[in-house]
Design a protein around this ligand. Structure first.
Ligand code: GTP
Ligand code: MG
Length: 471
């Protein structure tokens, strides 16, 4: 006998209601079919729940991180650009590191004076009257008795330099750059003249600030960690030498040494030399701008993770000269060409013009087949220095013959460089690609912030388009 089938009202067709209140009258087959249907529906419901959870978790983690590699020859501005990123996306940690940069600023100051004092010594030797000098010949000496006295009084700076190098390197990560050659000399300056290089893979700033004073490690602003009474801290000697340093820096002697290129402006931290009163004052703490200008050579590659201001996207940020291992999943390479360097040679090889080296490196990147799908963004950096060099009368065509008779001004020079780098891209790239090019001054936070925001927006748009195309 066939059992009566209970008619279900439409509202009772809800699977949950079916499971909780199964029909009273059903055949065995109907029951089996109903249970099978319930199992299927549960599987579908679980799959939907899993999908929703996946979407939510992706939303929590943010969209796919954008990976950018910073490339360029030494001193092209990679670390400075990275500091700009840090200031934009992680200002808290940027400011927390200010105390560590204080020693670097002090080192930049004393090393600038070491370069000036060494140049004076070289001139002193030249100015010694030799037995062959014609009797009564009158050369106007570059070094007046007053600057020679100042030179003597600044001798303690040599010890300050040693002390600072020791403090930074015993922080566990610094090392003396073996390639460093000083000034115009072709002789490697191992042992005496040193440029400190910091290994990018070691968080030297944390290590260093721990040495400053151990009990304030977690405070937000690491300036709390400075032990102002530390007798080893060089601020007292710097403060004592301050007036002499200011006098010497502003003396006609130094101006002439610079004009005659006995000392090169690239070997002086002019930004700090113009702020000596402030940076040698008791209880000096570096400002954001000071941190951006502080120079510390980087060795190796480092990876930085920033949360972009919207709070949704993550940018993986890498800087390196050993970039090959990062090739595969890179969204973009920011290539820094410091175009003010047209009249300079490489510190590590004095036979190579810096600009020539930048063109070569750019060509290597552009032609690389592994990078055919990577966005290449060119920063023509150090525009401020290029402007002041051209305005001071240095002729671009004397160093770049193909510049010809174009006007020796900023607009013509940057247009020329853009065409030259763009030409290499269009000619040598294995596949057609857009030429993104920006004129930058990485030490200027305001203009750099604008450029970096543009780069980020462009890359995020591209990422979204890719995701939508794939979906
Ligand atoms: N005037 C000026 N100075 C700049 C600019 N960009 C960088 N600098 C300075 O140039 C020097 C070198 O900059 P870094 O950012 O350390 O260069 P880098 O590419 O990281 O160099 P390495 O670590 O040796 O590979 C620093 O003293 C910076 O302050 C710029 O646009 N204008
Ligand atoms: Mg660097």
């Amino acid at each position: 006998m066939q059992a009566r089938v209970a008619r279900l009202a439409p509202e009772d067709s809800d699977p949950l209601s079916m499971a909780l209140h199964p029909p009273i009258f059903e055949t065995l087959e109907e029951r089996t079919a109903r249970l099978a249907k319930e199992i299927r529906e549960k599987e579908i419901s679980d799959a939907i729940d899993a999908e929703i959870e996946k979407v939510r978790s992706n939303e929590r983690r943010g969209p796919k991180p954008i990976k950018i590699l910073l490339l360029g020859q030494s001193e092209s501005g990679k670390s400075t650009t990275l500091k700009n990123f840090q200031l934009m996306y992680d200002p808290k940690s940027f400011r927390a590191e200010r105390a560590s940069w204080r020693a670097v600023v002090q080192l930049n100051v004393v090393q600038s004076f070491r370069n000036i004092l060494d140049a004076m010594t070289r001139i002193e030797i030249q100015e010694q009257p030799s037995p062959s000098s014609p009797v009564g010949s009158k050369r106007v000496p570059l070094l007046t008795p007053e600057v020679l006295e100042i030179k003597l009084r600044l001798q303690p700076l040599a010890d300050v330099e040693k002390n600072l190098i020791r403090r930074i390197t015993t922080a566990g990560s610094g090392q003396v750059d073996p390639d460093f050659r000083h000034g115009n000399s072709d002789v490697p300056s191992k042992g005496t003249l040193k440029e400190i290089a910091i290994n990018a893979t070691i968080p030297w700033k944390n290590t260093f600030s721990r040495l400053l004073k151990s009990d304030h490690r977690s405070s937000f602003d690491s300036t709390d960690a400075i032990d102002w009474d530390d007798p080893e801290d060089p601020w007292a000697i710097l403060n004592q030498c301050s007036q002499d340093m200011i006098k010497l820096w502003n003396s006609p002697t130094v101006k002439q040494l610079l004009a005659k290129r006995v000392v090169r402006s690239e070997d002086l931290s002019e930004y700090f030399l113009n702020s000596l009163e402030r940076v040698t004052a008791p209880r000096y703490v570096p400002t954001d701008d000071d941190v951006l200008h502080a120079r510390l050579k980087t060795l190796g590659a480092s990876e930085h993770l920033f949360k972009i201001a919207t709070g949704t996207a993550l940018t993986d940020f890498l800087q390196s000269s050993a970039w090959a291992p990062y090739f595969d999943d890179m969204d973009a390479i920011i290539f820094l060409a410091p175009i003010s360097c047209f009249d300079q040679v490489l510190a590590e090889d004095h036979r190579v013009n810096r600009l020539e080296d930048s063109f070569k490196l750019w060509t290597t990147i552009v032609t690389n087949k592994l990078l055919r799908d990577t966005n290449l963004i060119l920063f023509l950096n150090k525009i401020d220095l290029l402007r002041s060099k051209l305005e001071s009368g240095i002729k671009l065509k004397e160093y770049v013959v193909s510049y010809g008779d174009r006007p020796n001004d900023l607009d013509s020079a940057t247009a020329y460089f853009k065409r030259k780098f763009g030409g290499i891209l269009h000619e040598k790239s294995p596949s057609p690609r857009v030429f993104y090019c920006h004129l930058t001054t990485a030490t200027d936070t305001k203009s750099t912030k604008y450029v970096l925001s543009n780069v980020r927006d462009m890359l995020m748009r591209q990422n979204l388009m890719k995701t939508n195309l794939l979906a």
